[in-house]
Design a binder for this molecule. Structure first.
Ligand code: SAH
Ligand code: F3S
Length: 485
C-alpha cells in the first residue's frame, strides 16, 4: 500500500530517446506539479532526479549507465536525494536494475507514472528502494495533458495508443511498452481541442503502431481487409471535431495498416500533412522475413505509392536498420535501391544492435561493426544526395509555412529577425521578418529562395507580410518566440 499525501520539493527530469518519452516526461512534470513539486534548474539543486530512459538501441542504455554514474557524487553530498529511473530501461530491467545500480531509489515503468508522487512520498518516509513496472493491461490509463492557455507549443503531441503487438524480431518495444492498448477517441478529441484552445496549431498523434487504432464507438472499417483499422475514422473525427486545428500529423505508422482507407483519408482531409514517415527497415525480402515485418518489399512499395498518390506533392521518409544478422552486400544493395525507388526525402538510419528479450538475439550478430558503419555511411550519403535534390527542387516555389519560433542563428544586421517553421510536408524553412511582426503560430506564404543543406531559406510574400499581426498593434498576440533547437 502506497501512502497518500502531498510532499513538496524540486525535481530535475532528463529525457532520452523518442517522442513518446518526451511526451511521458511532460506528463510526469504535470503529475509532479499537481502534487506540489517544482522544477529545479539543474540536477545539482534538485531533491529528485528522474532519468527517463530509452532501450531501443544499445547506446541509449549505455548513456543511462554513465548518467547514473555522474549523479553518484551528488548523492554522496545530499543523502536525501532521490534518483529515479523511468522509461523503457526501467520497464525492461525492473528490480534487477535496483540490484545492479546501488544508488537508485526508484524504478518506474511507463504505465506507472501517475504513482510517482506517492512513491516519492514513501521514499521521503524512509521506504526501501522499489521498482514499480506493472502494465495497466485491464484498465489502460492515459495521462491527459493540461495545457495552459498561451503556453502551448505551436505543435503538440497527443498519444492515441500505447504498446505494440507486432513483435518485429529486433525490437524491444513490445517488452518495454507491453501489448497494444488504445485511448478512447473521445479523450483524444478532447485533448486535441484543449491544445488548440491553448494556442497550438498542429497536433502530432503518437503511437508505436499509430495506424492500428481501434475504438468500438467509431464506424467499422468498410472493407474486410484484415489490415484495416479505425485509424482513418479517427483522423476524420479529429478533422471534423477540431476544425480550428491547422495541421495534423502522426508517427509512427506500420506499413501493414497503410490501407486503401488511409489513402482515402489523405485524399480527403486537407488538415493532414503532405508527408508520411513510414518505417521500412530494409529493402531485402530475406531481411524483412527475418525481421518479422510481415510485408514484402513489393507490398511496402505498393502501399506507400498508394499513400503518396493520394495527394499531390506528398513526400515520404523512413527508418532503416543496417547490419541485421545475415545481411549480405546484396541485401544492403536492395535497401539502397529501395531508398532510390521510393524516393525518400529523409530517413533515420540505425546500426543493428541486439536487444534483450528479442527473438533476433538468437541470431548471430555477424555483421562486423566496421561493415555496419560503412553501410550506414553509404546510406546517409545517398540520403544526403536525394534530400538535397528534393530541397533544391523547391527553390522558386511558394510554400505555406507554419511558423514555430525563432531560428537558432540570427542575422547579424539586427534589421530583421529570423524565424523558422515548416511547410505542409515538414521541410524546415527559415524566414527573415521585420522585428515588429509576430508570426509564431501563423501560417504564412513564403517564396523559397535558397536550399541549405537540411533546410530552406524563404522570403515572405508581400501579401503575407502585410497580413501578419504587428507586435505593438495587437499586444495580446505577442508571444515570446521560443528558440528552436
Ligand atoms: N514503431 C516505433 C518504432 C520504435 S523503434 C515508433 O513509433 O517509432 C524506432 C526505430 O528504431 C525502428 O523503426 C528501427 O528502425 C530502430 N530500431 C529498433 N530496434 C532496433 C535495434 N535492435 N537495433 C537497431 N535499430 C533498431
Ligand atoms: Fe518495434 Fe516493430 Fe512494434 S519496430 S515498436 S515491434 S512495429
Amino acid at each position: 500500500m502506497v501512502p497518500r499525501g502531498i510532499v513538496s520539493g524540486t525535481f530535475y527530469l532528463q529525457t532520452f530517446g523518442c517522442q513518446m518519452n518526451v511526451h511521458d516526461s511532460d506528463r510526469m512534470e504535470e503529475v509532479l506539479a499537481a502534487h506540489g513539486w517544482s522544477r529545479a534548474q539543474t540536477a545539482a539543486e534538485a531533491d529528485v532526479i528522474v532519468l527517463n530512459t530509452c532501450s531501443v538501441r544499445e547506446k541509449a542504455e549505455q548513456k543511462l549507465r554513465s548518467e547514473v554514474g555522474r549523479l553518484v557524487p551528488l548523492k554522496r553530498n545530499k543523502p536525501d536525494l532521490v534518483i529515479v529511473v523511468a522509461g523503457c530501461v526501467a520497464q525492461q530491467e525492473g528490480e534487477a536494475l535496483l540490484a545492479r545500480v546501488e544508488d537508485l531509489d526508484l524504478v518506474i515503468g511507463p504505465d506507472n507514472l501517475a504513482e510517482l508522487p506517492a512513491l516519492l512520498l514513501a521514499q521521503r518516509q524512509g521506504a526501501p528502494p522499489i521498482a514499480r513496472t506493472v502494465f495497466d493491461i485491464d484498465a489502460p490509463r492515459f495521462l491527459s495533458a493540461r495545457p495552459e492557455r498561451g503556453k502551448a507549443p505551436v505543435s503538440a503531441f497527443v498519444t492515441t495508443m500505447k504498446g505494440c503487438d507486432e513483435r518485429c524480431s529486433f525490437c524491444v518495444v513490445p517488452y518495454t511498452r507491453g501489448p497494444e492498448r488504445y485511448r478512447p477517441a473521445t479523450d483524444i478529441i478532447d485533448e486535441c481541442a484543449r491544445w488548440v484552445e491553448a494556442g497550438a496549431r498542429e497536433v502530432m498523434l503518437l503511437g508505436q503502431t499509430v495506424d492500428s487504432f481501434k475504438d468500438a464507438t467509431l464506424p467499422a472499417p468498410e472493407s474486410d481487409d484484415p489490415d484495416e483499422s479505425q485509424f482513418p475514422a479517427l483522423l476524420r473525427l479529429i478533422a471534423r471535431e477540431v476544425p480550428r486545428l491547422a495541421r495534423l500529423r502522426y508517427t509512427s505508422p506500420h506499413p501493414r495498416h497503410a490501407t486503401a482507407s488511409l489513402a482515402a483519408a489523405h485524399a480527403e482531409l486537407d488538415v493532414l500533412a503532405r508527408h508520411i514517415h513510414m518505417p521500412s527497415q530494409s529493402g531485402s525480402d530475406r531481411m524483412l522475413r527475418r525481421m518479422i515485418r510481415r510485408y514484402t518489399r513489393a507490398e511496402y512499395v505498393a502501399r506507400v505509392r498508394r499513400l503518396a498518390d493520394a495527394r499531390p506533392g506528398m513526400t515520404l521518409s523512413t527508418d532503416i536498420i543496417v547490419g541485421f544478422p545475415g545481411e549480405t552486400d546484396e541485401d544492403f544493395e536492395a535497401t539502397l535501391s529501395l531508398v532510390r525507388e521510393v524516393g525518400f526525402t529523409s530517413l533515420f538510419g540505425f546500426k543493428y544492435s541486439p536487444r534483450p528479450h528479442t527473438p533476433s538475439r538468437k541470431l548471430v550478430d555477424d555483421v562486423t561493426e566496421e561493415v555496419k558503419s560503412a553501410r550506414l555511411a553509404e546510406l546517409f550519403a545517398l540520403m544526403e544526395m536525394q534530400g538535397s535534390a528534393h530541397l533544391v527542387s523547391l527553390v522558386g516555389s511558394t510554400q505555406r509555412v507554419l511558423v514555430e519560433g525563432a531560428s537558432k542563428t540570427q542575422p547579424t544586421t539586427g534589421a530583421s529577425v529570423r524565424v523558422q517553421g515548416r511547410t505542409e510536408r515538414a521541410e524546415i524553412v527559415h524566414l527573415d521578418v521585420p522585428p515588429d511582426v509576430s508570426p509564431a503560430g501563423e501560417i504564412v506564404e513564403a517564396s523559397i529562395v535558397r536550399a541549405n543543406k537540411h533546410s530552406l531559406q524563404g522570403a515572405l510574400t508581400p501579401l503575407a507580410l502585410a497580413a501578419l499581426p504587428r507586435r505593438i498593434a495587437s499586444p495580446s498576440r505577442h508571444v515570446a518566440l521560443p528558440v528552436l533547437a
